[in-house]
Design a protein around this ligand. Sequence first.
Ligand SMILES: Cc1cc2nc3c(=O)[nH]c(=O)nc-3n(C[C@H](O)[C@H](O)[C@H](O)COP(=O)(O)OP(=O)(O)OC[C@H]3O[C@@H](n4cnc5c(N)ncnc54)[C@H](O)[C@@H]3O)c2cc1C
Length: 399
Amino acid sequence: MEKFIETREVTYKGEYDIIIAGGGIAGVAAALAARRLGSKVLLIEKSVMLGGLATLGLISWYEPLCDGDGRHIIKGISEELLLLSIQYGPDDLPAHWKTDKKGDSKSRRYATHYSPTIFALALNDLMSKEGIDVRLDMIASYPIMEQNRCTGLIVESKSGREFFKVDVFIDATGDADILYRGGVPCVQGENFLSYVAHGFGSKDVQKYTETKDALSIRRWMACGSNLYGVGHPEGLHKFAGTNNEDVTKFVRMGQQILFDRIKDEPPKDRDIITIPGMAQYRTTRHIQGEYELTINDEEKHHEDSIGAIGDFRKRHVHYEIPYGCLYNKEFPNMLAAGRIVSASGDGWEVTRVIPVAALTGQVAGSAAHLACTNNQSVADIDIAALQNLLVDQGIMLHF
Ligand SMILES: Cc1cc2nc3c(=O)[nH]c(=O)nc-3n(C[C@H](O)[C@H](O)[C@H](O)COP(=O)(O)OP(=O)(O)OC[C@H]3O[C@@H](n4cnc5c(N)ncnc54)[C@H](O)[C@@H]3O)c2cc1C
């Protein structure tokens, strides 16, 4: 491959204790946790809104915070964000979770639909109230590495190319792009074609007049495949999501299928409210951390657990996430959060959803704060001290 070697002066922009690349749910949770502990935090987001797939990607269903047996197990910032997602907009959170905070093995789980647009506005408001430095429309492009330590981050925006210095870096890009570019070993995933837009039609309006519930207006318009690959176009390869050609094809195919579906319908009978502003990949790349969560971890106790979770697909299933899923010890000041933590197969499925992305974000922000204040490697922080911090923040470590 032909290569061009570029040398260019890059302007210094400032220094932070903790920089988080990616303002999705994991990045937001990491920023909140680190800031609340007193760190100087910068959150960098390449689009112009916060929330990632949970807002811009139009995913509008917050998977359960309970284990399906009626026990509420995911708490902390994850629960705070679920409640924020519905504070100013429509929801269908079951009444028993609103009042008693418990259910049973037959009742609906602690999960809800929300308005992704209102949620994005509420996240922006929350970041302002918490005094967190946020940069929108800024892409984190490369980590500045000295051996395996990340000393800074090169960013691109309207202002051109600039760099920040950093003590501890958290990758919450959803694709581990920055950790990968810094040399952290990663594993690539595979994705069926997915493309979900939101629309409404005359039937939805009719339903609204009966229910008076704004949720009934917003219709989920799914193209491509479901979670299990049903609907993936026959003969089409699976998508990686880690190179530009693949992303372009993935998004344009989805747009084409949607367009072909609606273009011959009576124009006045329906509209599309919004199409996704980011590629809806579930699993593109995750790090190879000190521990990889897999199906073998179902019902397994981990002494170094940083949070207990359930399985959004089935009831009566529990996992504990070991801290080692968030880092690779060869990289002393870099952490992963969200759908890129070290997990595979079913382990990846259960960690990549919104509530767990928020949980690992909160843990990454707290661990980064400890590493920063004690001047330690992320691998060397006192796990008991981290667990104490998390318990103080409401997190349930063991199921
Ligand atoms: C089709 C589909 C359906 C789903 N359905 C559900 C569901 O019903 N319920 C549920 O709970 N979960 C669902 N999920 C999963 C869930 O939405 C995501 O896995 C979760 O929101 C991931 O959060 P995250 O913060 O880790 O990553 P993301 O949401 O991907 O956030 C990453 C953020 O980083 C930004 N970013 C990326 N690169 C850079 C960079 N270089 N510089 C700066 N910013 C950058 C992105 O713009 C984005 O805002 C679904 C996912 C898909 C794809």
